[in-house]
Design a protein around this ligand. Structure first.
Ligand code: ZN
Length: 194
């Protein structure tokens, strides 16, 4: 058996080139959307890249299909990270803290099961609404949502100034956002099974 070699590529799409004693090129899309390009030992990198580029429409289509299937796949709703009452308490504390730090005050904070967002704010009435599904999110995500909505009392839109205020309050807010988007599917879970 001849050895197969692996080489990382970051051309149009991230992935690896796996070279072996084969005669043709093949592209395999992994469940995470990265590519594995199986290539003959002596084919130039440029030729491989050209081949991948020529298949980019097909790759994008397949990736979209994989993403759709993953969204559609039924997943177990995780156990809540907050016990009943605890979420409201934690939120209440965080709201007090961040109202003080940001120099703003909400007129009303309500809870609701929402299917597309974790929180909302109406700057005109200074009302904030939080998603009851935050009980499935770690505390740092709850804090991010609260800071985000309270920051809208300073800047109504997602302007540069808005994001600068969020970044100043929570320098790691992007990591918290990423965690939340990983949990976004929870918002669309079937509620009936609860
Ligand atoms: Zn916002």
């Amino acid at each position: 058996m001849k050895k197969a070699s692996k080489q990382r590529i970051d051309y149009v799409h991230s992935g690896v080139i796996v070279r072996s004693q084969r005669k043709t090129l093949a592209i395999c899309i992994k469940p995470d959307g990265t590519l594995e390009i199986r290539a003959p030992l002596n084919l130039s990198a440029a030729a491989v890249e050209q081949f991948v580029a020529s298949k980019s429409n097909w790759i994008e289509l397949k990736r979209a299909q994989i993403a759709e299937r993953q969204l559609a796949a039924p997943r177990e709703t995780p156990l809540p990270l907050f016990s009943p009452g605890e979420l409201e308490c934690a939120a209440c504390e965080l709201i007090k803290l961040w109202e003080m730090r940001l120099g703003v005050a909400a007129s009303f904070v309500g809870w609701r099961a929402m299917t597309s967002r974790w929180g909302s704010c109406t700057p005109r009435t200074r009302r904030i609404r939080l998603n009851t599904a935050l009980e499935y999110c770690p505390r740092e995500c709850l804090e991010y949502v609260i800071v985000h909505e309270l920051a809208h009392l300073r800047e109504a839109n997602h302007s540069m100034r808005f994001w600068a205020a969020v970044a100043e309050a929570l320098p790691d807010y992007k990591a918290r956002q990423a965690k939340l988007s990983d949990l976004q599917w929870i918002l669309r879970r079937p509620i009936s099974s609860q």
